[in-house]
Design a protein around this ligand. Structure first.
Ligand SMILES: Cc1ncc(COP(=O)(O)O)c(C=O)c1O
Length: 381
């Protein structure tokens, strides 16, 4: 059968062939690739915690105590005292009654949505929401209603036409490929008006926005207005995992119904120990966050001054739209030759002809690093 060959050929023809870049050092603002040092601008390790000394030391102790593998799923033998502590601390941090930790943010989104919704539900989802939200919706069997990106009028129209018994509105807090923030206050008002549940995926907001890094809901002053808060422990936290936080009944229901929670071996206990330490560091990082957002504003401003097509926002995800996949690859490769690694993002991850450089900053990038990127991009573009 020629299926794979033919399909791969189509992918290559569209300049959408994907390959990995292998790092030979820790995830930091400078990394080693094939023995050569590169400045990277594409990591989600926003607070540079994945390579933090205190977290590393805590993990060393944890591996001596718990070993490595967890040995079971969370509802059988794979829950540890540190899982309970982490879920209690996360709920306190998010200001909710309860929290539940999944192995990844992807599994949290898929598990939560498909656990809560079925054919009796309509789900209203921003058109550029993350793929894990889309997969959760498809798996749930609910009616899938996509509204235009951040378009309140379109959302209102879809809600007003809907006759389902139950409704869920779901949006990213910070959009992963655009770096902009959802108009959550307006969305929460619509949720109230149409008696819909409101869910936010704050993968890129938690740790980065809000007081103590509590995320987009806190940044916008909307505590208590969002029913279901999903997030990841794999980006600003520098570890691995995802969580859902909210009312006790919702979280307990998800624990009983989410297949990606039930049918998977849990993460190693040492990961919970790492996240507990990371959570302390995240909470105390207001200065670091301020500095990160200032650097983000500086880079956005400088790139705009050079007339690059930069998507507006305040977050450390700075998308420079360049158009075709070919052009994305050309720029990515030219930057690599200059010792700079910026992942180019192509369809189907982003809509056709909106291929882009997804620049993201870490708190330990220096203004000197940013100036190098600005200069090299100017030369290449
Ligand atoms: C918006 C968004 N949600 C969810 C996820 C999934 O999180 P994780 O990487 O922890 O699986 C990601 C990242 O990949 C993301 O960007």
């Amino acid at each position: 059968m020629n299926f794979f060959k033919e399909e791969l050929e189509k992918i290559k023809q569209a300049d959408q062939d994907r390959n990995m870049t292998y790092l030979e050092s820790a995830q930091d603002s400078k990394v080693l690739i094939d023995g050569k040092e590169y400045l990277i601008f594409g990591s989600n390790n926003y607070l540079n915690l994945s390579n933090n000394r205190e977290i590393i030391e805590s993990v060393k102790d944890a591996v001596d105590k718990y070993g490595y593998g967890s040995g079971g799923s969370r509802l059988t033998t794979g829950s540890y005292d540190v899982n309970r502590r982490l879920e209690e601390d996360l709920a306190k941090f998010k200001g909710t009654e309860k929290a539940l930790v999944f192995n990844t943010g992807y599994m949290a989104n898929v598990g939560v949505i498909s656990a809560i919704c079925d054919r009796k539900w309509s789900i209203f989802s921003d058109r550029i929401n993350h793929g894990s939200i889309v997969d959760g919706i498809v798996l749930s069997g609910a009616k899938f209603k996509r509204y235009k990106h951040n378009d309140i009028e379109d959302l209102k129209k879809l809600l007003s036409e809907d006759e389902s018994k139950y409704k869920l509105i779901v949006t990213d807090g910070v959009f992963s490929m655009d770096g902009d923030i959802a108009p959550l206050e307006e969305i929460s008002l619509l949720a109230k008006e149409y008696e819909a549940l409101l869910m936010i995926d704050d993968a890129h907001g938690v740790g980065v926005l809000g007081e103590n890094g509590k995320g987009t809901v806190s940044h916008l002053g909307l505590e208590g207005k969002v029913d279901i808060q999903v997030g990841t422990l794999s980006k600003a936290f520098g570890c691995i995992g995802g969580y859902v936080a909210g009312d006790a009944d919702m979280v307990d229901y998800v624990k009983n119904r989410a297949k990606s929670f039930i049918f998977a071996t849990s993460n190693p206990p040492l990961n919970s120990v790492a996240v507990l330490k990371s959570l302390e560091l995240v909470k105390n990082a207001d200065e670091k966050r301020k500095d990160l957002l200032e650097k983000s504003a500086y880079l956005r401003r400088k790139l705009k001054e050079k007339n690059f097509d930069v998507i507006d926002g305040i977050t450390p995800i700075i998308a420079v739209v360049v158009g075709s996949s070919k052009e994305v690859l050309r720029i990515q490769n030219s930057l690599l030759e200059e010792g700079i690694y910026v992942p180019g993002i192509r369809p189907p991850t982003v809509p056709r002809n909106t291929g882009r450089l997804r620049i993201s900053l870490m708190s330990n990038h220096t203004y000197g690093d940013l100036d190098i990127l600005i200069k090299k991009l100017g030369e290449i573009l």
